[in-house]
Design a protein around this ligand. Structure first.
Ligand code: NDP
Length: 289
């Protein structure tokens, strides 16, 4: 007998989650604020609940996927949570996850927070990575259900960790997108087609990413010696990058924070270190919780 599962929120993502559960043979109860979105799922065999409270009542495992956290808190507030496991897949911040975890566990339920690193079309397939944090026993107990949604990975008992990893991955992605956007603007300033430049950029970035394992080891060990490329070497390159940007009529502002960080690293005596030395320079003395 498979666990029965509830999905609250049937937007693009919630509908994909519910469909994957149905495909995997789970008895699935669904609820959405505007009821029409439950109809295609009901046609596939889902039970459409009239209220969120009724949907929560229906299953020991309640998956929440709404637009923002405030809505998730509101929707969960009406339900009898005691004894259930709440899996919260709405995107939010670590602080929001910790607060909601306190609320849910305060009502006698177990809590997992999740970060979906996939688009709805990938849900139900192994390439959909879903990060979870929070109650480890609840994760172990429901691992099979969660595996029907994608590849589940538990990243720690603190419920804030899945959103932290999720946002850190987005952070890395936006840094890369910023670099690509700026680089393409530079070549296009000479009317070079972006499609000519893109394969070079992709190959170059792929090669540069091979420095990540070494940078990760360096920052974990606090040992920053390098025989590859020093902070000073990069710092020396920056005035040329910025001057070229200005000469070509391209806004250099995406480069300036990196220039400032390199300047700060050299000024504080880390010019001979590898680029991983920039990482601790970003940390403030105390994180605000
Ligand atoms: P949608 O905009 O498609 O759906 C939003 C959902 O939230 C709908 O079910 C909507 O209900 C519901 N909702 C909004 N306001 C309220 C409210 N006040 N009370 C009750 N329900 C409310 O978003 P997605 O499904 O795409 O995204 C859901 C979550 O998943 C977001 O946190 C998103 O960041 C995350 N996510 C989405 C990805 C994607 O590619 N789509 C990728 C990774 C994460 P109604 O239908 O009645 O408006």
């Amino acid at each position: 007998q498979k666990t029965s599962v509830t999905v609250l929120g049937l937007g693009l993502m919630g509908s994909a989650l519910a469909a994957a559960l149905l495909d995997a043979g789970y008895t699935t109860t669904v609820w959405n604020r505007s009821a029409a979105k439950a109809e295609p799922l009901a046609a596939k065999g889902a039970v459409a609940a009239a209220t969120a409270a009724e949907a929560i009542e229906a299953s020991p495992l309640v998956i929440v996927c709404l637009s923002v956290y405030a809505n998730a808190e509101e929707v969960l507030a009406d339900g009898a949570l005691a004894g259930r496991t709440v899996v919260q897949l709405t995107n939010g911040t670590p602080r929001q996850a910790r607060d909601l975890a306190d609320h849910v566990t305060g009502h006698g339920a177990r809590y997992l927070d999740g970060g979906i690193m996939a688009v709805p079309q990938m849900i139900g397939r192994p390439e959909a990575l879903i990060l979870y944090s929070g109650d480890e026993d609840a994760f172990a107990a429901h691992r099979d259900v969660l595996a029907a949604l994608g590849s589940p990975r538990h990243v720690g008992a603190d419920p804030g960790l899945a959103p932290l990893f999720d946002l850190a991955l987005l952070d890395a992605m936006y840094g890369m997108f910023a670099g690509f956007a700026h680089a393409v603007a530079l070549v296009r300033s000479e009317k070079v087609a972006a499609t000519v430049f893109e394969p070079m950029a992709t190959a170059w970035l792929t090669a540069m990413m091979r420095s990540f394992p070494e940078q990760a080891r360096a920052v974990d060990a606090g040992e920053y010696g390098t025989d590859v490329s020093s902070v000073a070497t990069s710092q020396v390159a920056f005035p040329g990058l910025i001057a070229t940007s200005e000469d070509q009529g391209v806004d250099p502002s995406l480069l300036l924070p990196m220039r400032d960080l390199l300047d700060r690293a050299v000024a504080s005596g880390h010019g001979d270190d590898g680029l991983a030395r920039l990482i601790p320079l970003l940390a403030r003395p105390e994180p605000t919780r």
